[in-house]
Design a protein around this ligand. Structure first.
Ligand SMILES: *[C@@H]1O[C@H](CO)[C@@H](O)[C@H](O)[C@H]1NC(C)=O
Ligand SMILES: *[C@@H]1O[C@H](CO)[C@@H](O)[C@H](O)[C@H]1NC(C)=O
Ligand SMILES: *[C@@H]1O[C@H](CO)[C@@H](O)[C@H](O)[C@H]1NC(C)=O
Ligand SMILES: [Ca+2]
Ligand SMILES: [Ca+2]
Length: 372
């Protein structure tokens, strides 16, 4: 097959090759400048526990048995809560607080002109406290809504994520990120730096203080049954952190549970004193490299449309029941996300779990097996 005939390239051909390679080079330089110089993020590598890199390796599809409540009526219900009369509430992406009185129809309860409602909780003196990622903390009652807190240290409170009220009236709430807003959450994930906080608002003093600083995306907040500690989920760290409010460890912060098989979103106290944690799938085996490559992170941050290619959250669902020692008691999933995915909240009430999801138009209801 050897040939000793070679055609010397013509001068025009040579010129074209030079021109083409110059153009390619110039484009590459432009792209590099675009991607790195104008990149909206300053990323570090995300450490992914082995339990989270192949979350669907265990067959667990119990969440496929959910009953769909209010299907078609509830747009991306992120969080749910139940008041003492058994009324179920959720906040939807189109700015509604909707509610369902014991198995009757859903009702449009109160409207807030917002596309950024997140965590909700019941308040001791009636009504709800609602996190609005653009407005701050809101109180919603029969009379409508009012702002509880919109400024912290003279700046607009941004990205309030989840909230719980203690019996002494103090309000504990998380700030997902001080750098990126709700609709840029994936930039915070790509950057993977600690821009989140757990804050405490004292309504009597009208004062907000930092409880835990520098959390790597602060998310769900729950109090223990005796209110001796508060737990906050640190989503991009695959762990939940605990801050003691009573006893010999009062004022100390430690790790409640770590190496979770997904990023923890909302956490809720169960009637028996354990907790339900909803886990979001942040990565997959095939695309895990994205989180360990600084170059990939810059590329994705510069071309936001590519984010949909790597968003694994809509591919599965998982909730954990965790004991007070940080031990996993039960685990329910929908590994392929066939019926429900991107579950962000799980609340137990009268032997059922109620599930919120950012990829659903319903609230899931799962009967809990009484004997486990
Ligand atoms: C709480 O303090 C802020 C200033 O930090 C002020 O704007 C606000 O009016 C106060 N709220 C109440 C209820 O006193
Ligand atoms: C408010 O600013 C002061 C002074 O910088 C700081 O010590 C304090 O922690 C800040 N509080 C909050 C809630 O950010
Ligand atoms: C939080 O981060 C800031 C900025 O990096 C730093 O100045 C501060 O010391 C950190 N605080 C804690 C409690 O680590
Ligand atoms: Ca909540
Ligand atoms: Ca959340």
């Amino acid at each position: 097959m050897a040939s000793n005939i070679t055609n010397p390239p013509s001068t025009l051909g040579k010129y074209c090759v030079t021109l083409t390679s110059s153009l390619v080079l110039a484009s590459l330089v432009a792209l590099t400048v675009q991607v790195f110089y104008f990149s909206p993020i300053d990323p570090v590598i995300l450490e992914i526990p082995s339990s989270a890199s192949s979350p669907s390796s265990t067959k667990n599809n119990q969440l496929q048995n959910v009953i769909k409540l209010g299907e078609g009526f509830l747009k991306q219900p992120e969080d749910v809560c139940v008041d003492k009369n058994g009324v179920l509430y959720t906040a939807t992406r189109d700015g509604w607080i909707k509610r369902m009185v014991r198995n009757e129809n859903w009702e449009n309860w109160k409207h807030i002109d917002s596309s950024s409602l997140l965590g909700i909780t019941t308040s001791k003196d009636g009504g709800l406290i609602v996190c609005d990622a653009s407005e701050g903390l809101l109180k919603v009652t029969e009379d409508g809504f009012s702002v509880i807190l919109s400024q912290v240290n003279g700046s607009q409170l941004m990205f309030a994520d989840d909230v719980i009220e203690a019996s002494d009236g103090n309000i504990y709430f998380s700030v997902g990120s001080n750098k990126f807003g709700l609709h840029d959450w994936y930039l915070d994930l790509l950057e993977a730096r600690p821009h989140g906080q757990l804050l405490k608002y004292n309504p009597t003093l009208n004062e907000t203080v930092i409880v835990i600083d520098n959390l790597t995306f602060a998310n769900g907040v729950a109090l223990s049954k005796d209110e001796d500690y508060v737990v906050v989920c640190e989503t991009w760290k695959f762990r939940c952190v605990r801050h003691w409010l009573k006893g010999i460890d009062n004022g100390k912060t430690d790790i409640f549970i770590e190496n979770l098989p997904g990023g923890p979103d909302n956490i809720n106290l169960a009637p028996d004193g354990s907790f339900w944690i909803a886990l979001v799938q942040l990565t997959s085996k095939r695309l895990g490299f994205v989180h360990t490559s600084i170059v990939c992170k810059h590329l994705l941050a510069s071309f936001p449309r590519l984010i949909n290619l790597i968003n694994s959250a809509t591919k599965s669902a998982m909730v954990l029941n965790v004991g007070t020692e940080g031990n996993i008691i039960r685990k329910f999933g929908d590994n392929e996300g066939k019926v429900i995915s991107f579950v962000t909240s799980a609340v137990e009430f009268e032997d059922h779990l109620y599930l919120g999801s950012l990829n659903s138009d319903f609230v899931g209801k799962l009967p809990l097996p009484s004997a486990e």
